[in-house]
Design a protein around this ligand. Sequence first.
Ligand SMILES: CCCCCCCCCCC/C=C/C(=O)SCCNC(=O)CCNC(=O)[C@H](O)C(C)(C)COP(=O)(O)OP(=O)(O)OC[C@H]1O[C@@H](n2cnc3c(N)ncnc32)[C@H](O)[C@@H]1OP(=O)(O)O
Ligand SMILES: NC(=O)C1=CN([C@@H]2O[C@H](COP(=O)(O)OP(=O)(O)OC[C@H]3O[C@@H](n4cnc5c(N)ncnc54)[C@H](OP(=O)(O)O)[C@@H]3O)[C@@H](O)[C@H]2O)C=CC1
Length: 268
Amino acid sequence: MLRSDTFNAKIVLVTGGRSGIGFQIAKDFLQLGAKVIICSRKEEQLQKAAEELSNFGEVTHQACDIRKTEEIQQLAKMIKEKYGRLDILINNAGGQFPALAEYINDKGWNAVINNNLNGTFSMIREMANTFFIPQKSGVIINIIVDVFRGFPGMAHTGAARAGVENLTKTLAMEWSDFNIRINCVAPGIIESSGLDTYPKQIQDMFEEAQKAIPLKRFGKVEDVSNAVTFLSSPMAEYITGISLYVDGAQHLNFDKMGLANVLKSFIS
Ligand SMILES: CCCCCCCCCCC/C=C/C(=O)SCCNC(=O)CCNC(=O)[C@H](O)C(C)(C)COP(=O)(O)OP(=O)(O)OC[C@H]1O[C@@H](n2cnc3c(N)ncnc32)[C@H](O)[C@@H]1OP(=O)(O)O
Ligand SMILES: NC(=O)C1=CN([C@@H]2O[C@H](COP(=O)(O)OP(=O)(O)OC[C@H]3O[C@@H](n4cnc5c(N)ncnc54)[C@H](OP(=O)(O)O)[C@@H]3O)[C@@H](O)[C@H]2O)C=CC1
């Protein structure tokens, strides 16, 4: 729907761009004319993804754990040396594990908060200070999760993503003076490599779970990427500080999903 030159000459960083939703986002930006950098922790898989993406345009990759500020700074340095600027940051890297709150220990809680809240903030701060604030322009999209009604069965990620959602509103205000737009995309359940990481007992419920979603299906990676490219484009130049739910209206119907009940049934 967007013109194929929408992002010509734009430099885009997609965190977690080696797989699933991030890979699709990287691919779509390339097909819309951007030069794309992908990062994630696993060097080998990252390189493989970059090779595949290079069929669609100019792609660069660098390993970076978003929980390590010095690795983010090295990434910013590489982008500065290679391109001299950054136009769009897509904070997609993240993840968690299903667990009832009473079983989440400090290490597990901190791992998820560090990944999804602290890592996202560090990435935003470093890229804003290196590029967006001096440039007086920039677009940031944070991929969160549909946590509209809390997230029974994944309290840690619910707290972290709600933190990112509120951070997004704050920065939309603070950084409007620098012409920086920042928004969230909140996917429901998306058929992607990420779902393969869930235990079999949960995967067995997926068919049933789709019936509880008003649009009666899980999302596709393309559904998320379409929202991301729209919000990043000039078509959305008056939109900042919002969360766009890409979830088939699941956020209006979440309590029927019952992840916590599924967890209870196989823990007890
Ligand atoms: C009715 C049916 C309803 C269906 C609903 C289904 C739910 C669908 C949800 C849809 C919404 C969201 C989807 C997605 O986000 S998909 C993308 C997901 N991708 C991932 O989540 C990637 C996999 N996850 C991780 O990489 C890890 O969870 C983590 C993010 C924590 C990685 O961090 P780190 O590498 O630092 O973590 P460690 O592996 O070293 O673990 C640190 C401690 O964390 C605790 N832990 C980790 N994993 C588990 C687990 N599976 N269960 C319990 N606890 C866990 C643990 O304390 C670890 O320390 P120890 O290993 O020393 O004990
Ligand atoms: N699939 C779904 O149903 C939904 C997914 N989401 C969110 O969308 C995002 C993408 O998920 P999806 O594509 O499905 O899942 P994946 O597990 O395929 O993607 C997660 C990506 O993040 C990277 N990553 C994870 N932790 C770090 C880190 N500390 N530093 C750098 N990179 C990291 C991973 O690469 P590596 O292992 O190499 O570091 C991987 O490429 C995640 O934030 C996820 O929570 C939100 C709602 C629903």
